[in-house]
Design a protein around this ligand. Structure first.
Ligand SMILES: [Fe+2]
Length: 276
């Protein structure tokens, strides 16, 4: 199948939905601790993986943070075809102790993030619709594995994921969970790091979208500031209009890492009240 061909959108979407449900059914019956079931990917799905991963690799050289690129190199995914989730999981386990679990779609944030505290990352196994290879409004294996998986291959990024997970486990109110979700969004999903040549991306949503990689420098880019995030809304279905850039990975650890390591329901409540 030609990627991004002019096939009727409705027919393509229907076929896509059916295939996606078929793959997602794996996750519904998955028992933690058991091997992750393999998916027999089609030639078209392998072709989509090749197209997206090659275009991403090309853009990562100039637009992704060097720390992200080094982490991706450690994971060593390659662009030949869709990897099996259990292979990626075994590799991550060797590198940083993280393991993957299959997910059937978006996982509720408290569950998704809480699992990070235990060193598990929920990952879908299906790919995005081939009519929109440059971007996906929902997580797919390209986003999970190339975006999050690469970061999880590095001890420093992996530690930030764990800290965010522990923070979610520590708080009780929905407001506090939602605020931690927002800080996760503006860092590990959409975060930037300063460089001499301008901001570079490390956040999984941006580094897994070759469309948004071309676009993110047009956003309003603010210095990383947790309190400032209380004023900003975001829409996960669009390219981001506001982003935060840390001065360095150490600065990210000092600001976001320290926040997640120390926050509790009371401190977040104060932040939300003060900054209304
Ligand atoms: Fe994500």
């Amino acid at each position: 199948m030609e990627i991004g061909s002019g096939a009727p959108e409705l027919a393509a979407s229907s076929a896509y939905r059916q295939r996606r449900d078929e793959i997602a059914a794996n996750a519904a019956t998955y028992v933690p601790g058991e091997p992750i079931p393999e998916v027999e990917y089609t030639d078209a799905e392998h072709a989509l993986w090749r197209l997206v991963s090659e275009r991403l690799a090309d853009r990562h050289r100039h637009l992704a943070a060097p720390e992200f690129n080094e982490a991706a190199e450690r994971l060593g995914l390659g662009s030949d075809g869709v990897p099996q989730l259990h292979e990626v999981s075994d590799r991550l386990d060797q590198l940083t102790g993280f393991r993957l679990r299959p997910a059937s779609g978006v996982v509720p944030f408290a569950l998704f993030c809480g699992s990070l505290a235990d060193g598990y990352f929920h990952s879908t196994q299906y790919l995005r619709d081939s009519v929109t290879p440059f971007y996906s409004t929902e997580p797919d294996i390209l986003h999970e594995v190339i975006g999050h998986g690469s970061a999880l291959a590095d001890d420093r990024f992996a530690n930030l994921y764990r800290l965010a997970g522990e923070a979610v486990r520590r708080v009780e109110s929905e407001d506090a969970v939602q605020f931690i979700a927002k800080t996760f969004w503006f860092t590990l999903e959409c975060g930037l790091l300063d460089s001499a040549d301008g901001p570079r991306a490390y956040g999984a949503s941006i580094v897994s979208s070759y469309g948004e990689l071309e676009h993110f420098r047009s956003a309003e880019i603010r210095p990383l500031d947790i309190a400032d995030m209380t004023h900003v809304d975001y829409d996960i279905t669009q390219y981001q209009t506001t982003l935060y850039s840390a001065r360095s990975l150490t600065h990210l650890e000092d600001v976001a890492g320290e926040f997640w390591a120390s926050c509790d329901g009371t401190s977040i409540e104060k932040l939300l009240v003060v900054d209304i």
